[in-house]
Design a protein. Structure first.
Length: 90
């Protein structure tokens, strides 16, 4: 299923409500991922970044009282943690 830009924008705006502002980031990130999975969105990553960090990606939520934001990146595989990316392969 392919999302039109208008539908996608409406979906992302609904994710970033004030009710999520004081919630822990991992909980908000999990809720957003569940909604995206329910809509059968494939190949995306969600990343928690500082509210001051510049990004070209879509902001889809806020957390920890607005101190951080959650950004959506389309067309990439699952996000790797820095420890997983740096660990040697057997």
């Amino acid at each position: 299923m392919r999302l039109t830009p208008v539908v996608a924008m409406a979906m992302f705006i609904s994710f970033s409500g004030p009710a999520q502002a004081g919630t822990p980031c991992e909980q908000v990130k999990s809720e957003i991922a569940q909604k995206l999975d329910a809509k059968r969105v494939k190949s995306y990553t969600l990343e928690v970044v500082s509210k001051d960090q510049e990004t070209d990606d879509k902001v889809v939520g806020t957390c920890e009282g607005g101190a951080k934001k959650i950004v959506y990146r389309r067309g990439t595989g699952p996000a790797q943690t820095p420890a997983a990316a740096d660990s040697p392969k057997p």
